[in-house]
Design a protein around this ligand. Structure first.
Ligand SMILES: [Zn+2]
Length: 136
């Protein structure tokens, strides 16, 4: 879902998302994201709670396995790539904080959540640490 910056009323947009996506045969689920995008100075702050799951095949025994998790999201979002060291209203320069840069007119929340879940889940999937593999 794309959030158009021009459509944000009173500087806050409440967000609720849930969706699934596939990535190299693994099924990722954004079970729930509840939060808000708030305009602060020239930037936006995304805050929310995310619960997710990943269903994939164990890398060793190929059994289906599901990982679930939760995360608290707090991310500075900006539609302008700033390379200056101008101090913003929050007292920080852009070099001091991690800014997620978006398109000039919108923030794609689904794309952001996709990237976030990919970072949160392990790249190596095992049904258990002790899994002995397919011939065990
Ligand atoms: Zn296994």
């Amino acid at each position: 879902m794309k959030i158009m910056y021009s459509s944000i009323k009173n500087n806050v947009e409440n967000i609720e998302r849930s969706f699934e996506f596939e990535e190299s045969l693994d099924i990722y689920s954004i079970k729930e994201f509840k939060g808000s995008l708030e305009k602060v100075g020239s930037r936006y702050i995304l805050n929310g709670n995310l619960s997710y799951s990943l269903t994939s095949k164990c890398d060793r025994c190929l059994e289906s396995t599901t990982v679930t998790g939760e995360a608290v999201i707090s991310q500075v979002v900006s539609n302008v790539e700033i390379v200056s060291d101008v101090v913003e209203s929050d007292g920080l320069t852009d070099e001091e904080i991690d800014v997620y840069v978006t398109a000039i007119d919108h923030f794609d929340i689904d794309e952001f959540l996709r990237e976030e879940v990919l970072l949160l889940t392990p790249s190596k999937k095992l049904c258990s640490e002790e899994c002995g593999g397919i011939n065990y």
